[in-house]
Design a protein around this ligand. Structure first.
Ligand code: CU
Length: 302
């Protein structure tokens, strides 16, 4: 069974019970209105209790609620137990995009998965609470900073499925969109084995700029920064090297010339020196030393 079928079954069951009750209550109401209308039944009557009726309308709804609980619980259990042999992917939520990482270190911007194999998504967040939501697979789970959570699903057909963030997480929450891309298993294995551009070496080495942009995509920098001069949540990184920046630090406002030391600090401890006119929204980056030097080289030539 798939998560989609599991959720839909319970959903349909609850809808069916609800519709049956709605029809029953509405039907009885109309019947009473007609049958006991004033012209036909001018004298109001006092009705004394009926034990059989009271037992019935206590027992039947209790049973119905227990049935809903039972199937709901079974479905919940099913959703909490990823099948053995699931493909594990670590998903990181951050303001404001999703990052995907596979067991072999491969990283991507979208969730690539093979057809027919269950996928276990291990969720984490580096800043605030996000919620990983894939409507097509009927799964949704919060990504909470400092906590691991997970969900699983099994893609049964080709074609992309949308991923949303379902927990309001700030200014660009609505842009926190990605996709599940389902591939033929063989094609997926090839994709997974191919190194990301940043890991390439030797003759295939990509240009320094490509490597740097790859790093920036991996860490979600483009969610807040442009490299073409447009302002976004953060200042544009175009011409960042050597430009005069007005910063606020410890209540002091001063100007400085952007150099390597400044940029390093801006990346590692963004809250220490805030660029004037911007909010303290940038997460401290967890770049590796190698990524840091790739990035710094790139910022010099932007
Ligand atoms: Cu979010």
């Amino acid at each position: 069974m798939t998560t989609t079928a599991a959720v839909d079954q319970v959903f349909l069951l609850i809808i069916a019970i609800s519709v049956a009750l709605l029809l029953l209550v509405t039907g009885l109401m109309l019947w009473f209105v007609v049958r006991y209308r004033r012209s036909r039944h001018p004298q109001a009557e006092e009705v004394k209790g009926s034990t059989a009726l009271e037992v019935a309308w206590t027992l039947i709804p209790t049973l119905l609620v227990l049935v809903m609980f039972w199937y709901g619980y079974k479905g919940f259990e099913f959703l909490r137990r990823p099948p053995p042999g699931s493909l594990e992917v670590t998903v990181t939520g951050r303001m404001w995009d999703w990052g995907f990482e596979y067991a072999n270190g491969k990283k991507s911007e979208k969730l690539f998965v093979p057809l027919g194999r269950p996928v276990k998504v291990n969720l984490r967040s580096v800043d605030v609470i996000h919620s990983f939501y894939v409507p097509a697979f009927r799964v949704k789970e919060d990504a909470v900073p400092g906590q691991e959570s997970y969900l699983w699903f099994k893609p049964q057909s080709m074609g992309p499925a949308d991923i949303f963030c379902a927990e309001f997480c700030g200014e660009r929450h609505a842009y926190m969109i990605s996709q599940v891309i389902v591939m033929e298993p063989a094609e997926f294995e090839r994709w997974l084995a191919a190194p990301s551009p940043t890991e390439m070496s030797g003759t295939e080495a990509p240009s320094a700029a490509d490597a740097a942009r790859e790093v920036m995509e991996e860490w979600g920098c483009f969610a807040c920064h442009s490299t073409d001069g447009t302002e976004s949540v953060g200042p544009t990184l175009k011409g960042i090297w050597g430009r005069t920046v007005t910063v606020i630090a410890g209540g002091q406002v001063y100007e400085l010339k952007s150099d390597e030391a400044y940029l390093r600090k801006a990346l590692l401890k963004p809250s220490d020196e805030l660029v004037k006119g911007y909010d303290d929204l940038m997460p401290p980056s967890e770049l590796t030393d190698e990524q840091m030097s790739i990035l710094l080289e790139y910022l010099k030539i932007l």
